[in-house]
Design a protein. Structure first.
Length: 604
RNA sequence: GGUGAUAUAGCUCAGCCGGUUAGAGCGGUUCACUCAUAAUGAACAGGUCGUAGGUUCGAGUCCUACUAUCACCA
């Protein structure tokens, strides 16, 4: 029976381009997982979007002297193009500045307030006399009250690394305008009362600890054991979602509070966009559904504790009224939160300010999306931080993806095309060895599938690649290029067997390598698309339109099933699947690291 | 400062509940092959598992301390 799988993917701040860290941390794992489940025939809903609020965007806007909205719109557009190019198959990638998201976030706030999950408290904050506003911590600097470093930032000291309370800084000043006068002022804010949810959260973690990654469980359990503090969910800023209370017009919802709701709000938007406004409930109010939340390790507490608390707090939302109460279960909490660690670059951690980064729009201009996907997937930081090195990229693409897989396809399809009249050879019977390699490739659906299901993606890819390696070995033992001279009937058996294995590998590898699998699919003489298409659509709401990336799976025919390749099928003339990389590219690419970057337009 | 994670062959990584000679891929060396983008196959050579202790008949695998790195929290 088809299952309901929700793939919730971390929302990127739209204050700069996407880089390989984004891909390795959340987007590619999520996409591989979603594609696998689509092939299995499950109902997949994969959503994410640009986080359009938050200080990082305001900071970037101030730096450029343009409004925050322009910054996020610019990068949102680039996110759509980039992810379309690398094939991240969102059912909907939207953003948080939609009317839909605003409205639901406010409904969450109201409902939490009504149910008594919020409380008010007065905070002391720095107020700028010149700008007539409370200054976000990142705009403040002063002497660190711990190590007395003179230029500590308001939120953290770069010298001793401690997180700071901006109001305690010695001689705090406005970074933009040093002569500005800063005063400590009181401001009232709403707090989410996390402690109330402690028993439910502990129970939730207990129920999931066996199938979660160990570090995610332990970290979260300990986080609770330390005692849950209330968290402010409003701020004195002007860029964000309004607090739905009169008298609170000059405050906004804190970005972390509303951004995580995106998994939910985007699901509703998707349902509305396809004209079935209640369709989202099949995931969110269906106890059989599974929600998987793909994130990076820096986000663990937000996705194992805070988001759960919000969901618990608003339970029943949009499902209360009798006439729509088609699903009477509780609001679903994530089934798994497979957080990845970080991907470093050439041995050093990512840094936007130093431009120590590998930008996706840039490398997708130069390399095949599947080459990037292959290397990143093979290097996924699933259990510990990993490292992206250009030497490694060169080596893995040329020596593994091309040599083991691309070459297997090329040598055998080329041979069949030339020697068997452009057709899948007909055979009289198969030898035990032929049957063995075919059986092995069919058994791989079970093995690789189990690994994918358990979100052990790197191991799944390794397992599929090991099969390609075995196919090469089998081919060398059978040596059809020799038998063709003496025993063409035997050649036909071997070639058919390898083509069948290749046809199976096409599917086994397709969640990882959708583009090359599609090409191979066509070379093998098939028609149709293994997967659906990614489109950029415009949606009009009452006051403003917005664009989203949308996966249209209506034409997809790929299934997670063994090959039924028919002898006599006409092949199409094959060409190499994988482009070979020149060793010079290593130095070329390294040359960009740490240098000022010129942002280029993205070609489709 | 606290919490979690990581530290295994030149490189990238596996090693579940502790148990015979610590595994894989890549790279290296040698041989074979020539259908293939000099791509493939076979064999061999490479680690005593961050450091120091401890528990145990026996530890990479459990415990303690320490060091380094990453993240989060205060």
């Amino acid at each position: 029976m088809a299952k309901y799988i929700h793939v919730s993917v971390a929302w990127p701040y739209a204050n700069g381009d996407l880089h390989v860290g984004h891909l390795a941390g959340a987007y590619l794992p999520a996409d591989i997982f979603a594609r696998f489940h689509r092939l299995k025939g499950n109902h997949v809903l994969m959503v994410s979007g640009s986080d359009s609020h938050g200080t990082p965007i305001s900071v970037e806007a101030d730096k450029r002297g343009i409004p925050a909205r322009e910054v996020f719109e610019h990068y949102h557009r680039r996110f759509l193009l980039t992810q379309q190019k690398v094939g991240i198959s969102y059912d909907l990638f939207t953003h948080t500045d939609t009317e839909n998201h605003h409205r639901i976030a406010q409904d969450f706030f109201t409902r939490l307030l009504e149910k008594g999950h919020l409380y008010k408290e007065t905070q002391k904050l720095l107020y700028s006399a010149a700008e007539k506003r409370f200054l976000p911590d990142r705009y403040v600097e002063g002497e660190c009250y711990i190590c007395h470093y003179p230029a500590a930032r308001g939120d953290q000291c770069d010298n001793c690394g401690n997180l700071l309370d901006a109001t305690l800084l010695i001689g705090p000043r406005n970074r933009a305008t040093p002569e500005d006068k800063l005063i400590v002022r009181e401001s009232e804010h709403y707090f989410l009362d996390l402690a109330r949810f402690e028993p439910q959260l502990l129970k939730y973690l207990d129920e999931h600890e066996h199938h979660w990654r160990a570090n995610v469980v332990r970290f979260s359990q300990n986080f609770i054991a330390d005692g849950l503090q209330g968290r402010p969910i409003t701020r004195d800023i002007d860029w964000g979602i309004s607090v739905p209370l009169s008298g609170w017009e000059d405050k906004k919802l804190y970005v972390w509070f509303e951004a995580v709701m995106g998994y939910f709000t985007a699901s509703l938007e998707w349902a509305k966009n396809i004209g079935q406004p209640d369709a989202w409930k099949q995931w969110w109010y269906n106890p059989e559904a599974r929600i998987y939340n793909f994130i990076g390790k820096d986000n663990i507490p937000f996705h194992t504790i805070i988001w759960q608390a919000e969901l618990l707090g608003v339970n029943g939302i949009y499902n209360d009224a009798e006439e729509v109460k088609s699903y009477d279960a509780d609001l679903q909490l994530p089934y798994d939160v497979p957080a990845n660690e970080f991907m470093n670059i050439e041995g050093d951690k990512f840094s936007k300010s130093r431009n120590w980064a590998i930008w996706l729009p840039d490398i997708l201009e130069r390399y095949q999306p599947d080459a990037v996907r292959y290397y990143v997937a093979m290097t996924f930081p699933e259990s510990s931080d990993s490292d992206f090195s250009w030497e490694g990229f060169l080596s893995r693409v040329n020596n593994e993806l091309l040599a083991t897989w691309g070459n297997l396809v090329n040598r055998m399809l080329g041979f069949a095309y030339k020697r068997f009249d452009g057709k899948v050879p007909a055979y009289d019977h198969l030898t035990p060895e032929d049957e063995a390699i075919i059986a092995q490739s069919e058994a791989a659906f079970e093995q690789v599938g189990a690994l994918l299901e358990a979100v052990k993606l790197r191991e799944a890819l390794q397992t599929a690649m090991a099969l390609a390696k075995d196919a090469n070995a089998y081919l060398d033992r059978r040596a059809p290029w020799k038998s063709i001279k003496t025993d063409p009937a035997d050649t036909a058996r071997a070639v058919y067997a390898v083509l069948k294995v290749i046809d199976n590998l096409k599917i086994l590898l397709s969640p990882f390598l959708p583009f090359t699998s599609q090409k191979l699919h066509e070379y093998l003489g098939y028609d149709g698309q293994l997967f659906g298409e990614l489109k950029i659509e415009t949606y009009q709401e009452a006051t403003r339109p917005h664009e989203g990336l949308v996966y249209d799976g209506s034409g997809a025919i790929g299934r997670w099933e063994k090959s039924d390749l028919q002898p006599g099928t006409a092949l199409r003339e094959p060409a190499p699947l994988v482009v070979k990389l020149e060793p010079e590219m290593v130095d070329f690419e390294r040359g960009f690291l740490g240098q000022p970057r010129d942002e280029q337009p993205i070609t489709p």
